[in-house]
Design a protein around this ligand. Structure first.
Ligand SMILES: Cc1ncc(COP(=O)(O)O)c(C=O)c1O
Length: 398
């Protein structure tokens, strides 16, 4: 039976990592996969994660199943992190949270939930977006369409195009927005622009889905959820897909959360029952370890403070690397405007490198970049910066 099946193409991002691993060049550079790397090129285990694991080792005595929605203590920590203690969402109990397998798991459960409960809904995605977004919704049978987001020639937000696009989305459809550190562009709306986006979403009666994979990587843990807090108070139903892969460095533990904010507690309970149905039919219940680490850190004021400091270190390193990269490319008179690199936030930037330039970087210099031209700035460090800039100069030159 299986002989008739044809091979699937390798994943655009994870497939490159495989090729990188097999490359014998000792000077190879990987700017493809979205994993934070410190100045030494390594992906650190955060100190607070280490400490939480040691504490857990002393108290964890059993390995029975978690509930379908995961740990309720974890859910409470996630809600506090998203909304703060004083938001009316907390007092009215009109939000539900389920522990999921990373941010990807939260998005997939969202897709299954929409398919089962709002069958006519289309999900609108930014153009461009994280390539897994369309894959996940399509796999769940939920149609997707695109809205304008990015002005490629200026490297800025296409704010007018964005507002116009939202204004044309049919009422009742869902719109997926990146909470901060837009992947792949690194371009986010300013606070004023967010306010306008929120107003338009409310006016059009859309369901916003916020993909929050980089909380803390733009301006800080609390500033990075300002848009979420606005949306949670503006009278629409809201879906948030959180990931702790990046800001806790817990990539392989698969820890994330799906939060839905509704009109009142009774609706939240009904929605929670439907979410549980989706999870039960998918992976039954989540793994415990990553969630327990996050809960341990977030529920201890001292660890929470130390975590914020560690996130700030990652954020600052990325920001400084961006500035240095923009400066070096300009000094080398690399064709194109690279000033935008310094203004963008988060790990990613969409460069104007063409697919053939990307191929040359890989084949001639062992520098691995996604073919769209997206680079992971966190893969750059003092040891590889000059080699990278010289290679970009070579492939973009006459
Ligand atoms: C925009 C975006 N959403 C979601 C995710 C998924 O995160 P996780 O690894 O927690 O599934 C990523 C990871 O790269 C991402 O960049």
């Amino acid at each position: 039976m299986f002989e008739t099946i044809s091979a699937a193409p390798p994943d655009a991002i994870l497939g490159l990592s495989e090729a990188f691993r097999n490359d014998p060049n000792p000077d190879k550079i990987n700017l493809s996969i979205g994993v934070y790397q410190a100045a030494d090129g390594k992906t650190p285990v955060l100190d607070v994660v280490h400490e939480a694991e040691q504490r857990l080792a002393l108290v964890n005595k059993e390995k029975t199943y978690l509930p379908i929605s995961g740990s309720p203590t974890y859910a409470a920590c996630v809600q506090k992190l998203l909304f703060g203690e004083d938001h009316d969402v907390m007092a009215t109990h009109r939000a539900m949270t389920a522990q999921t397998l990373g941010g990807t798991g939260a998005i997939r459960v969202t897709a299954d939930f929409l398919k089962a409960n709002l069958p006519g809904v289309t999900v609108w995605l930014s153009q461009p977006t994280w390539p897994n977004h369309p894959s996940i919704f399509t796999a769940a049978g939920v149609p997707t369409k695109s809205y304008s987001y990015f002005n490629a020639s200026s490297g800025e937000l296409d704010f007018e195009g964005l507002l116009q696009s939202i204004g044309a989305i049919p009422a009742g459809d869902a719109i997926l927005l990146h909470g901060c550190c837009h992947n792949p562009t690194g371009v986010d709306p300013s606070p004023d622009q967010w306010q306008a986006v929120v107003d338009r979403i409310r006016d059009r009666n859309l369901v916003p889905i916020i993909d929050l994979a980089y909380q803390g990587f733009a301006d800080g843990i609390v500033p990075d959820v300002a848009a979420i807090r606005l949306l949670a108070g503006c009278g629409v139903d809201l879906i948030i897909c959180s990931s702790f892969s990046k800001n806790f460095g817990l990539y392989c533990e698969r820890v994330g959360a799906l939060t839905m904010v509704t009109a009142n507690q009774s609706v939240a309970e009904t929605v929670a029952s439907q979410v549980k149905q989706c999870i039960r039919a998918n992976y039954s219940n989540p793994p415990a370890h990553g969630g327990a680490i996050v809960t341990t850190v977030l529920s201890d004021p001292e660890l929470r403070l130390r975590w914020e400091k560690e996130v700030a270190l990652m954020r600052d390193r990325i920001h400084k690397t961006r500035m240095l990269l923009a400066e070096k490319l300009q000094k080398l008179h690399v064709p194109g405007n690279y000033a935008f690199l310094a203004r963008q936030r988060g790990m990613f930037s969409l460069t104007s490198l063409t697919p053939s330039q990307v191929d040359m970087l890989r084949n001639q210099y062992s520098i691995y970049i996604v073919r769209s031209g997206r680079i992971n700035v966190a893969g750059i460090n003092a040891q590889n910066m000059d080699r990278l800039c010289a290679a970009i100069q070579a492939v973009t030159g006459p």
